[in-house]
Write a protein that binds this ligand. Structure first.
Ligand SMILES: *Cc1c(COP(=O)(O)O)cnc(C)c1O
Length: 380
């Protein structure tokens, strides 16, 4: 029998959204949307007002990530999943080495493996709850992995693989849930790509990438190669990174974007920058994550899923529950009290809670969440 637990109002967080993506959208972002309701929404993305919005996002992100000289913010439609196919079509010349340690990093490795014009990738795998970076591999021109493996709550370092520069290889990082939450030195990679519905608290449907001069050169030279007679490579026009770069330089996208997504994203970028940028947001996320990890370690029914403390994510926190406590009941009880999206990644199949602690989530609400979980568990 499912029991219903009513959590006292005084314990509840002010906002009950703890999803790992889509994630909490701040009221100021919805207000920005409302304000754009009769100005930007429903107007041409080729005209100055929407292009200025895109420009503010590109400039804001360039500042937020302290982009090194020559790096550019590029964007297009389709989200990070689309960028996986863009990377296969435009950035990997022939052979990639991929880290695979959870659903998202595995899916990208699978995309590479299924591209008929690429060699089979060399996959460096480790079990969920850990990470493994790709190692220096002969004949490789791209090294790929995820900054934050959203399915397991593991954060991996972003750093050049020793020897990869001599190979002229690119470092391509899926930063979808890491970007904006975790510290990064962008000079350590060539493509740092993400969708806006995680740390940037907007809606999905868009991809953004910080690209190095080497990545931009690669996109152009691969496009030239693909145009040669007899080239086995096909770059579908929608997946042309060169078109995305050229459109982005004009503060546009190849095809029609969701303007609402851009409005909410622009609001978030400006909010993050006005508070102190990435240093501020990553410290805030670290604080929230630490609240959960410390609570779990002190609890007699919960523990952090990721064994190695240094690999624990400050963006998405995974907590295993003792088998005596049914996570699905805890998650359902929280949901009935307005605390939503705390479930572990379905395919991981663990008795687990997974909590997004992106910058939009108030650290006090994370603290309140721990009390709510305790309250529920005591009464189930
Ligand atoms: C959410 C996520 C994706 C997929 O993003 P979409 O915008 O849904 O395509 C890819 N990689 C990681 C690490 C993610 O967290």
């Amino acid at each position: 029998m499912a029991t219903t637990v009513t959590i006292p109002q005084s314990l509840l967080p002010a906002d009950g959204r703890f999803g790992s993506g889509p994630s909490k959208i701040r009221p100021e972002q919805s207000a920005a949307l409302e304000a754009a309701g009769s100005t930007l929404l429903g107007t041409s993305h080729r005209q100055a007002p929407v292009r200025q919005l895109v420009a503010s996002i590109r400039e804001g992100l360039a500042g937020f990530f302290s982009l090194p000289e020559g790096y550019e913010i590029v964007l297009g439609d389709g989200g990070a999943s689309a960028f996986w196919d863009l990377a296969c079509a435009n950035l990997i010349r022939r052979k990639a080495a991929c880290g695979s340690y959870g659903s998202f990093s595995a899916k990208f490795a699978q995309s590479v493996a299924s591209a008929p014009f690429l060699d089979n990738p060399v996959i460096f795998e480790s079990k969920p709850g850990s990470y493994r970076l790709p190692e220096l591999t002969e004949g490789t021109d791209a090294y790929c992995w995820a900054h934050n493996e959203t399915s397991t709550g593991v954060a991996a370092p972003v750093q050049r693989i020793a020897g990869s520069r001599e190979q002229d290889a690119l470092i391509i990082i899926d930063a979808t849930s890491g970007a904006g939450s975790l510290p990064v030195d962008i000079s350590q990679c060539d493509a740092y790509y993400f969708s806006p519905q995680k740390a940037f608290g907007s809606d999905g449907g868009l991809w953004l990438a910080a690209l190095s001069p080497a990545a931009i050169r690669r996109a152009y030279s691969v496009t030239d190669d693909a145009r040669r007679d007899g080239s086995p490579r096909w770059i579908p026009p929608f997946l042309s990174l060169r078109s995305a770069i050229e459109n982005s330089r004009k503060d546009q996208t190849l095809n029609t974007p969701a303007i609402a997504t851009l409005v909410m994203l622009a609001e978030q970028v400006s909010w993050l920058n006005s508070n102190g940028g990435l240093a501020w947001s990553s410290a805030r996320c670290a604080h929230s994550a630490n609240t959960l990890y410390t609570w779990a370690q002190n609890s007699d029914y919960a523990e952090p899923f990721v064994a190695e403390a240094a690999a624990r994510s400050n963006a998405v926190v995974t907590i295993d529950l003792d088998e005596a406590v049914d996570a699905s009941q805890v998650i359902a009880a929280l949901r009935s009290n307005g605390i939503v999206d705390t479930a572990g990644y379905r395919k991981l199949g663990r008795n687990q809670l997974r909590i997004g602690v992106f910058p939009s989530v108030e650290p006090d609400d994370v603290e309140a969440l721990t009390h709510c979980i305790d309250y529920v568990v005591e009464r189930l």
